[in-house]
Design a protein around this ligand. Structure first.
Ligand code: ADQ
Length: 470
């Protein structure tokens, strides 16, 4: 393997996930992968601590854990309210997931978003050294690149968007859409999860900004050229496969089998979020039960959905809806010995999840919109190669661009979902194995290490930013 000195990497995201030694524990593949990149490159990971402070001071808390340096700041209550709960999660998140109906456009939120991005820039800029690669993550921090440029940062700076980029007509409903998109041109490389999102970004640049397009994905606007690429995120496939056969996972697998008592298990695992299509999933499953009386008592759905963003009203509402809906469906179909939906609002360790995925004949992943959806990939990676389950996947998850051998469905259609469940339950072993193998080939080839390399190599190939004119 070619050995070359790596640039130091500075990763900036809203929250920082501090590495621990506990491989089976709470951490997602993303944090493991970024931590691995940081270990190789001796960089730092900068973000909000998740803590509140009475007065923002710019004080940075450095920590070093398992070879990774993290640097975090505390934010004021107003920052958290306007930037995080406000602009990020009540304006951009719904809008970028095609829910203009839920998006709230308040000037206070926009102001808080600008202010916190400036606070991030002020505090992180002095930490950045001349040759560092800077990699900014997600919708919380879109204007950060521009704010760093305004503070004289000439490094190569990349941005990766974990959620979908919306079609132009939707984005136009954001009052400051033009400023937001123009700020993207401060980066050198901009990565999207899918070709669909990349195309939507290019469409905006063409129609609204009259941008020019070059070879190799370059987009030029007002003298600034960026490279816009599709770079789908993957999971740490090797690690997840191993965790699916760990002692903890196999223990969970056995207990699930016992508690299933001969019934076939269907699994759903999602943060409790309206974008994940949980109501539609329950309704599709209800339709399946309604049209397949022979399956009563023979299947059950285990839905794991830990609450998230509980300070935002639309999240409180979806939770209440799901409580009512799961109760109604269980009331309609359950008998003394069988409950059709086991609805669990708790998080689980990753190795426990892996064991549950492995025990499920069907993985039901039906978001209405999703940047990628890593649960779909984890479900596949956790399967027993000799007796794999079937993935039912929404066409509107980014993962559907890669996982074409899943049963792809329209999550808005209860009939589509009911049919897919019936098809999956009846699928012969040979077809299950053939589909699983092709899904696994993709998940192995385009894993999180591939993703990280693809992005950082594009960033390394960018030319250092020229000095500002004048
Ligand atoms: P999320 O919307 O959070 O991520 P997803 O990609 O599915 O969605 O990742 C969720 C992660 O949390 C998975 O690793 C999953 O195992 C874990 N998880 C979910 N429920 C859990 C539970 N009950 N207990 C423990 N772990 C649980 C955003 C975007 C996605 C994109 C990712 C990464 O919305 O589209 O795929 O970022 O880019």
């Amino acid at each position: 393997m070619e050995l070359r000195p790596m640039s130091r990497l500075v990763i900036i995201s809203n929250r920082v996930s501090v590495p621990t030694s506990d491989v089976g524990g709470a951490q997602g593949g993303l944090s493991v992968a970024l931590a691995a990149a940081l270990r190789e490159s001796t960089g730092i990971w900068f973000g909000w601590s998740g803590e509140e402070t009475a007065h923002f001071s710019g004080h940075i808390n450095f920590q070093r854990n398992f070879g990774v340096t993290t640097a975090t700041i505390d934010l004021e209550a107003q920052d958290i309210d306007e930037y995080y709960n406000g602009y990020a999660n009540r304006t951009l998140w719904p809008l970028f997931h095609y829910r203009v109906d839920l998006a709230e456009f308040e000037r206070g939120f926009a102001g808080g978003y600008e202010r916190v991005n400036a606070r991030f820039a002020d505090t992180v800029a002095p930490l950045i050294e001349a040759e560092d690669l800077v990699w900014v993550h997600d919708y919380h921090l879109i204007p950060l690149g521009q704010k760093l440029r305004e503070r004289g940062c000439r490094n190569r700076i990349g941005f990766f968007l974990h959620i979908p980029w919306p079609p132009t007509p939707l984005l136009l409903s954001l009052p400051s859409h033009r400023e937001l998109v123009q700020s993207v041109f401060a980066y050198d490389v901009v990565g999207f999860q899918t070709l669909d999102s990349l195309e939507a970004f290019r469409d905006y640049a063409r129609v609204q900004l009259d941008a020019e397009f070059g070879e190799d994905g370059s987009v030029t606007h007002e003298g600034r050229t960026i490279r816009a690429i599709a770079c789908p995120i993957g999971i740490d496939t090797a690690e997840f496969r191993a965790s699916a056969t760990s002692e903890v996972a196999l223990g969970v697998f056995e207990r699930m089998r016992l508690s299933a008592n001969g019934r076939t298990m269907i699994i759903g695992v999602d943060r409790l979020d309206y974008s994940k299509g949980l109501e539609e999933r329950f309704l599709g499953y209800e339709r399946f039960l309604g049209s397949h009386p022979d399956q009563h008592g023979a299947v059950f759905l285990l839905q794991i959905a830990p609450p998230s963003r509980a300070d935002v009203q639309s999240y409180q509402e979806i939770r209440a809806h799901l409580d009512a809906l799961s109760g109604r469906i269980n009331g309609e179909f359950a008998d003394a010995e069988w409950v059709p939906i086991r609805y669990v609002n708790k998080g689980h360790r990753r190795d426990q999840l892996a064991g549950m995925y492995r025990a499920a004949r069907i993985g039901l992943v039906t978001p209405l919109r999703d940047g990628m959806n890593l649960v779909a990939k984890e479900y596949v990676a956790a399967q027993d190669p000799a007796d794999p389950g079937v993935l039912i996947l929404s066409r509107f998850a980014g993962a559907a661009e890669q996982l074409v051998d899943a049963l792809l469905i329209n999550p808005h259609s209860p009939e589509d979902m009911a049919d897919a469940i019936a098809t999956a339950l009846a699928m012969p072993l040979a077809e299950r194995i053939a589909r699983w193998r092709r899904l696994m080939d993709n998940i192995e080839a385009e894993d999180v290490i591939w993703w990280r390399r693809r992005f950082t190599e594009a960033l390394e190939a960018a030319r250092p930013h020229p000095l500002p004119p004048g």
